[in-house]
Design a protein around this ligand. Structure first.
Ligand SMILES: Nc1ncnc2c1ncn2[C@@H]1O[C@H](COP(=O)(O)OP(=O)(O)O)[C@@H](O)[C@H]1O
Ligand SMILES: [Mg+2]
Length: 148
């Protein structure tokens, strides 16, 4: 079973004379637990593709299935909740909250979803696994790029 599937995905930016076809007929299947890298030259459509997979933007045509759910069929509100619960996205510019420390940055999306009911043990495991346990009380501007 695929955890992610793209079927005939196309993305066109702009209108009329300004149209740019960023993605054309993209088909992809990723199995649960698989680790995939999308590689290509600048402007080849990697960020566009990830924005669509992450539910941050909509394809012009084609379909994207995550856990067998077609994300284009979700309302804006449903998509927001689905994204919060199923997708982790590291932006090129990180987009961390500068006024929150490392621990609170990690906990932030969970607090949107479950208020104060955050799984502290799981967050601690993540901090250990990522090798940033010692940095948990530091702020984003005190970290290296990789640590961010
Ligand atoms: N918001 C946008 N509006 C118009 N064109 C865009 C936009 N974003 C990306 N593009 C164009 O789409 C193509 C793919 O861009 P992008 O997905 O950012 O490539 P990559 O991440 O592989 O460098 C490029 O030609 C880029 O100029
Ligand atoms: Mg890019």
């Amino acid at each position: 079973m695929s955890i992610l599937e793209l079927q005939n995905v196309e993305k066109i930016y702009g209108e009329k004379d300004n149209q740019v076809t960023a993605l054309r007929d993209i088909n992809l299947k990723v199995k649960e637990g698989e680790f995939v890298a999308i590689v290509g030259t600048s402007g080849s459509g990697k960020s566009t593709c990830l924005n669509l997979i992450g539910g941050l933007d909509n394809p012009t045509s084609g379909q994207i299935f995550i856990k067998n759910k077609e994300i284009g069929s979700l309302s804006r509100k449903e998509l927001t909740i689905f994204r919060r619960r199923n997708i982790g996205f590291v932006f090129q510019n990180y987009s961390l909250m500068p006024v929150l420390n490392v621990y609170d940055n990690i906990a932030l999306p969970v607090t949107f979803d479950r208020g104060k009911h955050i799984n502290r043990k799981y967050i601690e495991e993540l901090l250990q696994e990522l090798g940033i346990w010692e940095k948990r009380k530091k702020y984003p501007d005190e970290l290296s790029g990789g640590q961010q």
